[in-house]
Design a protein around this ligand. Structure first.
Ligand code: KE4
Length: 429
């Protein structure tokens, strides 16, 4: 694989964009080397600026669950664009997407659209604070809810990669209202609720975590969290930016059979265009401006292009729910094939998988939280990442990320991926 044009484009980008990227994880800091610049994509394949074809396992970090440039989404956006791109006025398509989302997701009456997962989670926390009249929130080490100040406390994803769990610029005043618990450790939450009686507005959690790699909740953890929040009068926020419309029509609430008080969305709900959202029952959502006192706004929130992409995407998923099982089966197949190669070659590893999310960790200890995820051997991970890239497979460029499979992947692509691992496994020993 040759990457001359990507490297040249990266050098040029660095002159005008901080770090040459508009989101840090893209810069390959965790794995070294220059990032790959993509020219186009279709289905399960990326075509980079040097003419290389790559099998894609990030799907733009989740949104492109049906593959790149999915015809119905593209058509919807083109048709809508011909009628104008944004008006700053209400449009029918916003209601169409809202109605569909509310019908697909359990336990929500209304949904507000924003432009990113960060905005969705930030707004959900403000709503929880406004609704309860309390200031503090609990988040979990390694979970990532976007880059709003309240969340950049032992955050996951890129924030971990940069070893700056508490980003400069986040004031002590803000940080004091964010309490930190450990994933899969209900006791750590109970201790915080005891020490901050009556002061906690919400617990926010990734119900299946994807920003420490993929971390699955242990039996009873989320249920215990639900019971504790109910007992303490604390709102439970499911950050479903990754899991929403990926695990199934009803996301993690449906998969786990547990009701959250507020749910946030992103990624798939926008079909590849910038959409975030947060949703809850009327009793909570009616606290939002303009009907209620909790302020939240956005110039491009609900813009017709993004709404039409999201509507086309969710319409497809609603009409073909078999895709979720197809994706889960493909992910299980990939897991099994990669596992066999790593076991046969004696490479210490853990593979975590839930639905169409999975991650590979080079450690012999089960990966169940941020601390155990951080024990993965990053040198081995770098060799793995670059070896697979040389073999034509594009994986997340960080061990603190999840794979996001798309349903355009064929079993031939999965076999190709497993073979690519077999070709480089000696480097991992
Ligand atoms: P955005 O603001 O990036 O749309 O969403 C923030 C967010 C919130 N909640 C969860 C569970 C998320 O995973 C994310 C964003 N995910 C990362 C991938 N780990 C986005 C990739 C990036 O930062 O470039």
């Amino acid at each position: 694989m040759v990457y001359q044009r990507s490297s040249a484009l990266f050098a040029e980008a660095r002159k005008y964009i901080p770090g040459g990227v508009n989101s840090p994880v893209r810069a390959f800091k965790a794995v070294g080397g220059d990032p790959i610049f993509v020219k186009s994509a279709k289905g399960a394949y990326l075509y980079d600026e040097d003419g290389n074809k790559l099998i894609d396992y990030i799907a733009s970090w989740g949104p492109l669950i049906l593959g790149h440039a999915y015809e119905p989404v593209i058509e919807a956006v083109i048709e809508k664009a011909k009628k104008g791109t944004s008006f700053g006025m209400p449009t029918e398509v916003e209601t169409e997407l809202a109605k569909l989302a509310v019908n697909m997701v359990p336990n929500i009456d209304k949904i507000r659209f924003v432009n990113s997962g960060t905005e969705a989670c930030m707004s959900a926390v403000r709503l929880a604070r406004g609704y309860t009249g309390k200031d503090k929130i609990i988040k979990f080490a390694g979970c990532y809810h976007g880059h709003s100040d309240s969340f950049l406390i032992q955050a996951g994803s890129g924030a971990v990669t940069f070893g700056s769990p508490n980003s400069p610029g986040v004031t002590q005043g803000t940080a004091k209202d964010t309490l930190l618990a450990n994933y899969n450790d209900l006791e750590s939450v109970k201790e915080l609720t005891k020490a901050n009686k009556g002061a906690i507005a919400a617990v926010i959690i990734e119900p299946i975590a994807g920003n420490m790699g993929c971390i699955i909740p242990s039996d009873g953890f989320i249920k215990g969290l639900r019971e504790l929040c109910t007992q303490e009068g604390i709102l439970l926020i499911f950050d479903e930016v990754m899991t929403g419309f990926r695990l199934g029509k009803g996301g993690a609430q449906e998969a786990l059979g547990i009701d959250a008080d507020i749910v946030t969305f992103g990624k798939v709900i926008g079909g590849g265009l910038p959409v975030g959202a947060f949703a809850a029952k009327d009793v909570i959502m009616d606290h939002l401006a303009p009907d209620g006192p909790v302020y939240q706004a956005g110039t491009l929130s609900g813009n017709p292009l993004a709404m039409s992409a999201g509507l086309a995407m969710l319409t497809e998923l609603e009409a073909n729910p078999k895709v979720f099982k197809s994706l889960a089966d493909k992910t299980a197949y990939l897991h099994k094939g990669m596992e066999e190669v790593l076991v046969k070659n004696g490479v210490p590893h853990q593979i975590n998988r839930y639905g169409s999310m999975m991650s590979v960790h080079f450690t012999d200890e089960p990966v169940v939280d941020f601390a155990s995820s951080a024990k993965g051997n990053n040198d081995t991970f770098k060799k793995y990442f670059h070896g697979m890239l040389r073999g034509g497979v594009y994986l997340p460029p960080s061990a603190f990320e999840s794979y996001f499979l798309n349903d355009a992947l064929t079993y031939g692509d999965l076999d190709f991926t497993i073979k690519a691992l077999d070709n480089i496994v000696d480097e991992l020993k």
